[in-house]
Write a protein that binds this ligand. Structure first.
Ligand code: URA
Length: 346
């Protein structure tokens, strides 16, 4: 095997199974999920030519501010002011911009005091007291402190009155994020944000960030816990990107398959492919199962590729398809079911 072109590549290591997680997308796992292949490539990231800084796309925000500042400058400010397996019952509410999906989330078993508090009938402290005083019954039997209940199934009463647990409703949207849009709730520089492109609802959050100049699939949901779970590295949710690049993409793909050592660790894409676009440009398509800050741009930089455009075409089961730039749609039932399964997995 040809040695990596750049210094510092790891020479050995184990590979994990790393096949595609069920239902995440096509069965495209041509590479191990993680663990160094022989001869990783290493290089410091000098920063994308045209991208802007973003905070971490990874749960837990591992990326350093150093990495962020190296990753390039922010885009110029805008001149004008901007304009256990959980089951969810699903209702499509037919929202105007990008639709929206409302999912009623059964949160599963929880302590009886919590169920009372979530139902909004008493405060958490009052719930503790009520259970301790024997005023709470579960399925006809007096409840004990800390007893586990499933509000969707168990009949709970407080002082003889049934307790109806509020159903949590959640919305799931996929946005085709255009370039030059911030993935943030509020930009101090008044640039356009992803929330300018969707019908905003309280509690709507994005599922991992895309760089200012990166385009493509961005999920948004009102289910903060799910958003956190899906971006956690342990879930290994696959993301597919197509970078339009200049450089020796064939050699870069070959090296990428062996793994590339970045400053924050080795990256071994699950799938890499280079397709000629003409005019010395290439479509460099890769699938990774994590979301480190500027990961694809840093990877391309380490491989000597100049990125002209970066598009995320898939996040887990959700594909960009024909969704126009700036457009949004509700997730399909199948997409949600697969996401549910990923969230439930550990
Ligand atoms: N990798 C990047 O470099 N940028 C993104 O926006 C997403 C992944």
């Amino acid at each position: 095997m040809t040695p990596a072109r750049r210094s510092g590549g790891r020479a050995s290591g184990s590979s994990s199974s790393g096949g595609p997680r069920s239902g995440q997308g096509k069965s495209s796992a041509k590479r191990p999920a993680k663990g160094p292949a022989s001869g990783g490539t290493k290089r410091s990231f000098k920063g994308p030519a045209k991208s802007a800084v973003n905070p971490s796309d990874r749960a837990g925000g591992k990326a350093s501010s150093k990495a962020a500042s190296r990753a390039g400058t922010q885009a110029p400010p805008k001149t004008a002011a901007k304009s256990p397996a959980k089951k969810r019952a699903v209702v499509d509410d037919g929202l105007s911009r990008g639709g929206g999906t409302v999912a009623a989330r059964n949160e599963g078993p929880m302590r009886v005091q919590r169920a009372l508090a979530r139902a909004g009938v008493v405060s958490r402290r009052e719930a503790d007291k009520a259970v301790a005083e024997g005023r709470v019954f579960v399925n006809g039997a007096v409840a004990t402190v800390g007893q586990s209940v499933d509000p969707a199934r168990d009949q709970i009463t407080l002082d003889g009155a049934p307790v109806v647990t509020k159903v949590q409703l959640h919305r799931w949207i996929v946005l085709h994020k255009p370039a030059a849009v911030m993935t943030t709730r509020k930009d101090p520089q008044q640039r356009k944000t992803v929330f300018d492109l969707v019908d905003d609802v309280p509690g709507l959050v994005y599922v991992g960030r895309l760089d200012f100049m990166t385009e493509g699939v961005l999920l948004l949901t009102t289910d903060g816990a799910a958003a956190h779970a899906l971006t956690h590295p342990s879930r290994e949710v696959e993301r597919t990107y197509i970078a339009t690049v200049r450089g020796d993409a064939v050699e870069a793909a070959r090296q990428a398959r062996r793994g590339v050592e970045l400053e924050d660790g080795l990256v071994v894409p699950r799938d890499v492919e280079a397709r000629p676009l003409g005019n010395r440009r290439w479509a460099f398509e890769l699938t990774i199962a994590e979301g480190r800050t500027h990961e694809v741009r840093r990877l391309c930089d380490a491989l000597g590729l100049e990125v002209e455009q970066l598009v995320r075409t898939r996040f887990g089961p959700v594909r960009l398809g024909a969704l126009p730039s700036g457009g949004a749609r509700a997730l399909t039932r199948t997409e949600r079911d697969i996401l549910e399964a990923l969230i439930a997995s550990s």
